[in-house]
Design a protein around this ligand. Structure first.
Ligand code: AMP
Ligand code: MG
Length: 334
């Protein structure tokens, strides 16, 4: 078990949380550069080294308990680091417990359904962590920035009139509340990159041949809508950060820091869920003890009756020695 205390993680991520009901302006309220150079600061370093272990451990418990699910929603401008964040944050977890889905321009079949349909189909099961690389929030971002996309959605004319966005915010909030009430925790991350850092990363994608594949002419076209996107994002943050599914705005100009911060927010959600391994009944425990006696009796000459038990005792002793040394060092300020 990692030594990082839940309180320290909660404190670390608090500045990124969008207070439900607050009115957000970008970039006024969240500086994309506030993480620059901070990945090496002591608390971030601790979250980096232990957060990934912590995620792996909690994910194992989440799967074993099979009661709660977690949906991680990742939204950002292009080149903000969504892919790298997913790769890094999930590096330690069991791939069987995780699913990642990216959402692109909807297909004809998808457009033949209500706008949440294609996202609902990819929700994680209980015991799973699902990651949405882009999500239903595109329906109030790209669709809002480009009105012709909404015009092309096959809804009745009535559904396109009035304040479509306010209505969609309400529908999304209701849907997220429904999922939360049913045991699915929604963790929403906005990787907040600055316009200048995006310019630099686009240039890297152009200048470095092995990155060329990541760049499309369309990316430059979308960049021209930067201000519209910032406004749309600010409105999303102002209207859909709720007590049950708050947004976290991750300063993303510094990649290492953004990854630590994202790991911290996801770890915090799992800590709050606090999934437990299922309790073994007395009968099952008795059966285990009986089986153990049988296996020990089978030990060949010269072998320990239970080599695993010996290893576990040795490991526990080593761990308690390490913890003691650490706390001694902390006390003496080294
Ligand atoms: P990428 O994730 O960079 O490979 O690009 C996916 C593209 O699909 C982005 O340009 C998104 O804006 C676009 N996209 C995702 N969801 C939707 C949607 N619901 N309607 C229209 N375009 C979308
Ligand atoms: Mg792209």
């Amino acid at each position: 078990m990692a030594d990082l205390s839940p309180r320290r993680i909660a404190g670390f991520i608090e500045p990124f949380r969008v207070t439900p009901g607050s009115k957000v302006k970008l970039p006024r309220d969240f500086d994309p550069g506030s993480g620059v150079g901070r990945a090496k600061a002591s608390l971030a370093k601790e979250v980096l080294s232990e957060g990934i272990d912590l995620l792996a451990e909690y994910q194992a418990r989440l799967a074993a308990q099979d009661t709660y699910g977690v949906l991680v929603v990742l939204q950002a401008m292009d080149a903000a680091g969504k892919d790298g964040t997913i790769r890094h944050v999930m590096s330690g977890v069991n791939p069987q417990g995780v699913s990642v889905h990216g959402f692109k321009v909807p297909s004809a079949t998808e457009l033949d359904h209500d706008y949440l349909w294609r996202y609902a189909r990819q929700l994680p099961a209980r015991g799973q962590i699902g990651i949405f690389n882009r999500s239903y929030y595109e329906e109030v971002l790209v669709v809002r920035v480009h009105p012709k996309i909404l015009a092309g959605q096959r809804m009745p004319a009535k559904s396109k009139r009035g304040d479509v966005w306010r209505r969609r915010f309400r529908e999304i909030n209701d849907w997220e509340r429904y999922l939360t009430d049913n045991g699915f925790r929604i963790v929403k991350l906005f990787l907040n990159v600055s316009k200048e850092e995006q310019r630099r990363r686009f240039l890297a994608r152009i200048d470095e041949p092995e990155k060329n594949w990541k760049f499309s002419a369309n990316d430059a076209k979308e960049r021209a809508f930067w201000d519209d996107y910032q406004k749309a994002f600010a409105d999303v943050l102002s209207n859909t950060s709720t007590e049950w599914a708050p947004w976290y705005v991750i300063p993303a100009d510094d990649k290492p820091f953004a990854r630590v911060a994202a790991a911290g927010v996801i770890a915090n959600a799992l800590i709050e869920i606090d999934p437990q391994y299922p309790k073994v009944s007395t009968e099952a425990r008795d059966a285990l003890a009986m089986a153990k006696v049988g296996l020990e009796a089978e030990a060949p000459a010269g072998a320990l009756p239970d080599p695993v038990e010996a290893e576990l005792t040795e490991k526990a002793t080593r761990k308690s020695r390490k913890t003691k040394t650490k706390s001694r060092k902390r006390k003496s300020g080294k």
